[in-house]
Design a protein around this ligand. Structure first.
Ligand SMILES: C[S@@+](CC[C@H](N)C(=O)[O-])C[C@H]1O[C@@H](n2cnc3c(N)ncnc32)[C@H](O)[C@@H]1O
Length: 244
């Protein structure tokens, strides 16, 4: 089988997985059950905790390789593992790329650990709410002149906040790059998983993505990615930018 035949077979099997309700239900059960054990907190990237499912980390690696961004913006830093991950990918691309991370509360011990990390030279951190005008202005200034920009939204997961982020950050994404919205899975997870959270069924990143997509012409939902992953926190969350 040559590379083209291999790719074609994979595309066919992935499309079949997209239609495989039994597999999808098993995957959803895994995400729901594993979330009770705080599964996403148990991984590290180059030593820093990264709050992601491994499947989504692999998907981001594939996206970064295919898009070859020279800037990645992420809202939601937490302990910094995702910033370090993106920085390490840009380091390998060796294109002078930077990662811009935004968080409303960058704890001192996290800031110090990120600043001391070997990948730190690729990282800029901005403290403040991701939807505050002065923060958005700082992000725009940081990516000024960059040619291929990829954006990841992973901060507060309420509908209103993510929708505001989508409106503010989507114009930064360049054609053929991606706007990734994490934790759209909340819509299909049991409600009792988030007893003390602000997000719920009907009020979460999934609902924000679907409201955004009703008016956005620049993006389309790339369903092949979640169809491939099955186990993902971002169903309908990988948005491809299809227009300048
Ligand atoms: C899910 S964690 C981010 C995980 C991180 N991206 C990773 O993969 O390791 C969410 C983060 O969003 C931050 N956050 C909450 N509200 C925010 C806001 N209004 N603006 C920016 N960040 C916010 C929290 O402080 C928290 O660190």
């Amino acid at each position: 089988m040559n590379d083209r035949e291999f790719d074609e077979r994979n595309r066919k099997m992935i499309a079949e997985m997209g239609d495989d309700r039994a597999l999808h239900e098993l995957a959803n059960k895994f995400v729901a059950h594993s979330a009770r054990r705080e599964y996403s907190y148990h991984f590290r990237w180059l030593g820093r905790p990264i709050i992601q499912y491994p499947q989504d980390i692999v998907a981001m690696q594939e996206l970064i390789w295919s898009v070859q961004p020279d800037a990645i913006v992420e809202t939601g830093i937490a302990r910094g593992g995702s910033l370090i991950f993106y920085a390490s990918m840009l380091h390998l691309l060796d294109n002078g790329g930077i990662v811009v991370g935004v968080d409303v509360d960058i704890r001192e011990h996290n800031r110090v650990a990120i600043e001391r990390h070997p990948m730190a030279r690729h990282i800029r951190m901005i403290e403040g709410s991701s939807v505050a005008p002065e923060v958005v202005a700082k992000v725009k200034a940081a990516i000024e002149g960059r040619k291929r920009v990829l954006v990841v939204l992973d901060s507060m997961h309420t509908h209103a906040h993510v929708l505001d982020e989508l409106k503010l950050y989507s114009p930064m994404v360049t054609k053929d790059s991606y706007l990734v919205v994490f934790d759209t899975c909340i819509e299909s997870l049991p409600e009792d998983l988030f007893p003390d959270r602000k997000w719920h069924h009907g009020d979460n990143p999934w609902t924000a993505v679907h409201e955004f997509m009703r008016t956005s012409k620049r993006f389309e939902i790339d369903r092949a990615i979640p169809d491939k992953l099955q186990i993902t926190v971002a169903p309908d969350g990988y948005l491809k930018c299809i227009e300048d």
